[in-house]
Design a protein around this ligand. Structure first.
Ligand code: NAD
Length: 308
């Protein structure tokens, strides 16, 4: 049987994620939203592309959670995106209410699914979904690090004029201004970028990565990035569906790893059929550890506002 992937929220990120997933034939895709007709229209449109793409992914758009029943993976993108001048944290109260509405319905229809949260502010929304769902921590995962690392990789490849395929990068911490790009663990063909670029160049790319979301919001004005975010969540879905045991930076609920307790923070995780199968504790310098703790503290502040 093909796997079933539900995407809650059929806006920019949700619909584009459905596009990537269906065109990679990862499974059947259900798009759900509260705007009447939108998920149905986008779902049908995408379904009609499958003969051209030669992909047997069934795509269904709906407003009814019954159609999402027994999903293997549910990706939550429902919520408002930011506008110029807004931080991700400004979305907290609105998106928390949406999360309260959505997670219960998802869980009662798909009690065995793996949840991947995309809505912002990411780490706090993942924490809310974890608490509302009552799922074990391996089944609630936040998407941020794959996107932030992809941005860093794109900037490194452009700077050095090399293939993006040669570039790996790690960005840890919360998905916000305090995210922690790790140049020591970012490489080109296995060579750390600290050997290839001046410190000032690396700092410029790190800052552009931190501001990567805002840079796009500034251009778009009415919404935020969605091609790279939807590609990022698709990579996570693929790792789980194909049981790839892939090491990806994800927001995970930490229970003592990196000295952090009871909080979602971005760390390297092994993704496979059971969701987060392992959290990798890589060695950090004192400076990197301090940056990760600072990032965790800002997540803590947010989750305390909504009491999760
Ligand atoms: N984690 C990340 O790295 C990352 C990256 C990009 C965007 N985001 C976040 O993802 C979210 C979606 O972004 P977008 O650009 O797709 O926004 P969008 O406005 O294009 O789409 C959001 C959709 O959610 C729907 N929605 C609202 N309430 C709902 C509910 N209760 N049930 C079902 N659907 C509901 C809306 O109708 C809309 O269609 C935002 O919060 C954004 O900040 C996160």
């Amino acid at each position: 049987m093909r796997k079933k992937i539900t995407i809650v929220g059929s806006g920019n990120v949700g619909a584009t994620a459905a596009h990537w997933m269906a065109s990679k034939e990862l499974g059947d895709v259900v798009l759900i939203d509260i705007i009447p007709g939108v998920p149905q229209g986008k779902g049908l449109d995408l379904l009609e592309a499958m003969p051209i793409e030669k992909r047997d992914s069934f795509v269904l758009g709906t407003e009814d959670y019954k159609d999402t029943a027994n999903s293997d993976i549910v990706v939550i993108t429902a919520g408002i995106p930011r506008k110029p001048g807004m931080s991700r944290d400004d979305l907290l109260n609105t998106n928390y209410k949406i999360m309260q509405d959505v997670v219960g319905k998802v869980v009662s229809n798909s009690p065995n699914c793996i949840l991947i949260i995309v809505s912002n502010p990411l780490d706090a929304m993942a924490q809310a979904a974890y608490k509302i769902s009552g799922f074990s921590r391996n089944r609630v995962i936040g998407m941020a690090g794959v996107l932030d690392s992809a941005r860093f990789r794109a900037f490194i490849a452009m700077e050095l004029g090399v293939s993006v395929e040669n570039v790996t990068a790690f960005v840890l911490g919360g998905h916000g201004d305090t995210m922690v790009p790790l140049p020591r663990y970012s490489t080109v063909a296995g060579v750390p970028i600290t050997e290839l670029m001046e410190k000032s160049t690396i700092e410029r790319l790190v800052q552009r990565t931190r501001d990567g979301g805002a840079e796009i919001v500034k251009y778009l004005k009415t919404g935020s990035a969605y091609y790279a975010p939807s590609a990022a969540v698709t990579e996570m879905v693929e790792a789980i569906i194909k049981d790839k045991k892939k090491i990806l930076p994800c927001a995970a609920y930490l229970e003592g790893e990196y000295g952090i307790h009871g909080l979602f923070v971005g760390v390297p995780c092994k993704l496979g059929a059971r969701g987060i199968e392992d959290v990798w504790e890589i060695r950090l310098t004192d400076e990197e550890m301090a940056a990760l703790k600072k990032s965790a503290d800002s997540v803590k502040e947010l989750v305390s506002v909504v009491g999760v």
